[in-house]
Design a binder for this molecule. Structure first.
Ligand code: APR
Length: 318
């Protein structure tokens, strides 16, 4: 049986980290395409030379010819420009839409049977563009955002409560922008609601809600916080790790329930837009979208977030 072929379109910070993590986990052979001459070759050669030490045995091949992605099982798109301090993800739309247009054509031509995972920002718009241009069925085109946003939320909760991140479960839905929707009532530490534990720690319900609100705010701004610190680029290890969890779920047909930017067809009362929702990820890509009843507050927040996605997407040059 042949190994899965994982193609990375974009060999910058995130693409490089995905290549390394995917190789370390031996998820498949990795090819990388970057528009910048020799960049992908250099990145792949560097990672491959770590193989004897880290003890992974997969093929890595970089190229500045997109034909390198031919026949890929999975294509992960990180091609595009990252934010600079003071920028929102939305500010990237014009330049990254142009990049996505050429990249998606390339995917349609060279990897027509692939499952595509998009990371380029603004995420919800870029994944929409990728699906429209490739013409792939919507289960085969998805975006990575919720896994990362949920991990950030879980991390902040764990820090605040002084518990292991292993025991924290958190879920963030909606668009990958400032209006994302952390589902507070589901946040828990091994089943115990995080709000309960905050109440216990701070002695009042009011204070617990106040602290939770600050964790939610920090989650929404987590990407920007990293951008401000780095000054020259945006987060890359955590987005790459999130993408690798999704790649693994697809390649190993794990049927994981993960928050994924998926095309909605009536779920959560939304049709025709890509939005972050809980999905079952397996070998067919987005195999199922999991719905649950929202509270009135969650409904309002999700509607607002979808409204922001809609504004972005409706202005796309499709
Ligand atoms: N085809 C292939 N690669 C391209 C193209 C293209 N048409 N245009 C640009 N690239 C490459 C760049 O040469 C660069 O190496 O995309 C890479 C992007 O890498 P970085 O600038 O390091 O950005 P990164 O941090 O990896 O983020 C990539 O993901 O999370 C989002 O906001 C982030 O949009 C950004 C994207």
């Amino acid at each position: 049986m042949t190994k899965p072929k994982i193609a990375l379109v974009g060999g910058g910070q995130i693409g490089n980290a995905i290549a390394h993590l995917a190789a370390m986990r031996e998820l498949g052979d990795v090819v990388m395409f970057d528009i910048k001459e020799n960049l992908a070759r250099g990145k792949c050669l560097d990672i491959a030379q770590a193989a004897p030490i880290s003890d992974f045995d997969v093929q890595l091949k970089g190229s500045d010819d997109i034909a390198v992605i031919s026949g890929a099982d999975i294509v992960v798109v990180t091609a595009g420009v990252p934010r600079k301090p003071g920028m929102s993800r939305e500010d990237l739309i014009e330049i990254n839409a142009r990049i996505m247009a050429t990249v998606a054509e390339g995917i349609r031509t060279h990897a027509p049977d692939a499952i595509a995972i998009v990371l380029s920002n603004p995420l919800d718009a870029m994944v929409t563009l990728c699906q429209k241009i490739t013409g792939f069925s919507t289960n085969r085109v998805m975006g990575m955002a919720g896994v990362l946003d949920s991990a950030r939320f879980a991390f902040f909760i764990a820090r605040e409560l002084g518990v292991s991140v292993r025991d924290v479960n958190a879920l963030v839905l909606g668009g990958h922008g400032d209006a994302m929707v952390p589902i507070v009532r589901f946040a828990n530490v091994n089943g115990i609601p995080a709000l309960e534990l905050l109440k216990h720690k701070f002695g009042s319900e009011e204070k617990a809600h106040q602290i939770m609100a600050s964790l939610v705010a920090r989650t929404r701004d987590a990407g920007g916080e990293v951008v401000e610190l780095l000054q020259t680029g945006s987060a890359f290890v955590s987005p790459a790790t999130s993408a690798v969890a999704m790649i693994e779920a697809v390649i190993h047909d794990q049927k994981r329930l993960l928050p994924v930017c998926a095309m909605l067809d009536g779920q959560f009362g939304v049709s025709g837009y890509y939005v972050g929702v809980p999905c079952i990820l397996g070998v067919e890509g987005v195999e199922r979208i999991i719905e649950f009843e929202l509270t009135a507050d969650e409904r309002r927040l999700l509607d607002h977030s979808v409204g922001e996605v809609r504004k972005l997407v409706d202005n796309l040059p499709l």
